[in-house]
Design a protein around this ligand. Structure first.
Ligand SMILES: [Fe+2]
Length: 397
């Protein structure tokens, strides 16, 4: 299977994976040809790419870091809890900051019903088990780039990213749980902001709007810290996920020291390590999907990593940034590629697909070449870039 950008899909292509409506209903099943009217509908729904069956690439299957079943369960659980929470909060969403804080406290019993529900907790355990049982951590979120993500999909991606980083630092199961709860709920406070504010570019915020936007960290913290099911370290993530290493973040302007996020009691009054991990995961997610209020538009994996590396040191914990970079395949399995440079000149310009990761060096995967530069299909050839040097690839997705 090869992932094609939706603009390149035509009705001679056969779908390699079923696509679903946001309601979970099947829209188009595997094996169908993609008629133009379906393609247009998928574009309208926000689909960015599709997996296509291509002869000779049957063994290529993009493997998401967490199984699609677990992701779907988490998605459903988060959606219903965020719907419930949103309904509870809508009555006081447009009040003053002080009033909102007071109402969060007063309504805590109602709000608590929708935070870390049994369904979310179960799905989180499944996430942790799947991530902890993998021998090599490879972060693959590309499968989720298909549709326009909503708030809770961001939480799901950030949780997967954060937990993968946590595994690389060998966190215990209990620590992974605290980190996971923080990563699923870090932006909960956004729900208490006026709807018009979300999706608006930060540069257009006036002073009052900026102040209010920054309060989402505090609102989130209040919602979580009054809930006995939420560990203090997880609630801290909501409060601190916009703090920067150099102290220029918000709401408190506390600092970090760019050290590995391991248990260290000398770091009192500094950004908590779980918040530092979630800050990296959140910024990476914001780069991949775009985030108007952070003035970021959607980037591909390479550009997103470059952005994250630049933010390391001053803004993001640079040790955690290095760890993220080490687990993100620059060439994700299933991605369509073009050969820019090759030891055999006639291969230059040909098209292929990333067939398999090499966990020891994610920059040198195995590829299958199946198309000439003039889009003529050829007999598929497998090349292991780890064994043959001199190849440069470009992603065409
Ligand atoms: Fe946030």
């Amino acid at each position: 299977m090869v992932r094609y950008v939706i603009e390149e899909v035509n009705d001679s292509m056969v779908l390699g994976e079923s696509v679903y409506l946001p309601s979970g209903e099947l829209l188009l099943a595997t094996g169908n040809r993609i008629k133009e009217r379906y393609r247009r509908r998928l574009v309208e729904m926000g689909y960015h790419s599709l997996l296509i069956d291509v002869e000779g690439t049957e063994t290529v299957r993009p493997a998401p870091t967490v199984s699609e079943t677990a992701q779907r369960e988490m998605g459903n659980a988060l959606e219903s809890s965020s719907r419930g929470l949103s309904a509870e909060i809508q009555n006081f969403r447009n009040q003053s900051t002080e009033k909102i804080r007071e109402l969060i406290k007063k309504n805590r019993q109602h709000l608590n019903k929708f935070i870390m529900t049994a369904g979310v907790a179960r799905a989180l355990e499944q996430f942790i088990e799947e991530i902890m049982s993998q021998s090599a951590v490879v972060l693959n979120l590309s499968v989720l780039r298909q549709t326009q993500p909503s708030l809770f999909i961001h939480a799901l991606n950030v949780a997967i990213t954060g937990l993968c980083i946590g595994k690389k630092y060998k966190l215990s199961y209990e620590e992974m749980k605290q980190l996971g709860i923080g990563a699923l709920n870090y932006d909960l406070g956004l729900i208490a902001l006026p709807k018009e504010l979300l999706g608006k570019p930060a540069e257009t915020f006036n002073e009052t709007e900026m102040k209010l936007y920054r309060q989402h960290t505090v609102f989130g913290y209040h919602m979580l810290s009054q809930n006995h099911m939420i560990p203090t370290t997880s609630a801290a993530v909501a409060l601190q996920h916009h703090e920067y290493q150099n102290g220029s973040g918000f709401p408190r302007g506390i600092i970090g020291d760019n050290r590995p996020p391991l248990k260290d009691f000398s770091r009192k009054n500094m950004i908590h390590r779980f918040s530092e991990i979630v800050a990296v995961a959140d910024t990476y997610d914001a780069c991949l999907f775009g985030r108007p209020e952070m003035e970021l538009s959607a980037m591909n994996v390479q550009t997103a990593l470059r952005y994250i590396i630049r933010a390391g040191g001053d803004k993001l914990n640079s040790d955690i940034v290095r760890t993220l970079v080490s687990i993100v395949p620059i060439y994700p399995v299933g991605a369509r590629i073009r050969i820019v440079n090759a030891p055999t000149p006639q291969l230059i310009g040909n098209y292929g697909v990333v067939a398999r990761d090499n966990p020891d060096n994610l920059e040198t995967p195995q590829i299958i070449i199946y198309e000439t530069k003039n889009h003529q299909k050829i007999k598929p050839v497998l090349i292991d870039m780890h064994r043959h040097s001199g190849f440069t690839l470009e992603l065409v997705v």
